[in-house]
Design a protein around this ligand. Structure first.
Ligand SMILES: [Zn+2]
Length: 124
């Protein structure tokens, strides 16, 4: 088990890798008559309700995964550079100890020690 990203969130649509993720996004935007456009500015990923996400300029959000771009299915943006914390594995491990997915949240700047303390407070 891990924190979810595009494979889990769009797997039902056939996303199995970067290529299918981009293709499913392109098709969805074509259906919406929305133009796909790439954004080269780095965006920071964070964890919301057990999903890695990236906020979009349109106020929507896209799912994120290390080594993947993040696609916004609201407006068509594709964030080519997504920053993850260097200790992503430790962060995921601490969050996955929490039984309720809605409590698996991490914000940029929060340390592994912070998450550990939160887990202790929650009795995890
Ligand atoms: Zn967007």
């Amino acid at each position: 088990m891990k924190i979810d990203g595009p494979l889990e969130g769009h797997g039902h649509a056939g996303v199995v890798d970067v290529s299918t993720y981009r293709e499913i996004h392109r098709r969805a935007m074509t259906d919406k008559q929305t133009t796909v456009f790439e954004v080269d500015q780095a965006r920071a990923a964070y964890v919301n309700h057990s999903r890695w996400v990236v906020d979009c300029d349109c106020h929507g959000a896209g799912l994120a995964r290390v080594g993947y771009p993040s696609c916004c299915f609201d407006c068509g943006r594709v964030y080519l550079r997504v920053d993850f914390p260097s200790d992503v594995g430790e962060i995921e491990a601490l969050l996955l100890r929490r039984r309720d997915p809605e409590t698996r949240n991490w914000i940029v700047g929060q340390t592994v020690a912070d998450l550990s303390a939160e887990n202790s407070e929650k009795g995890v």
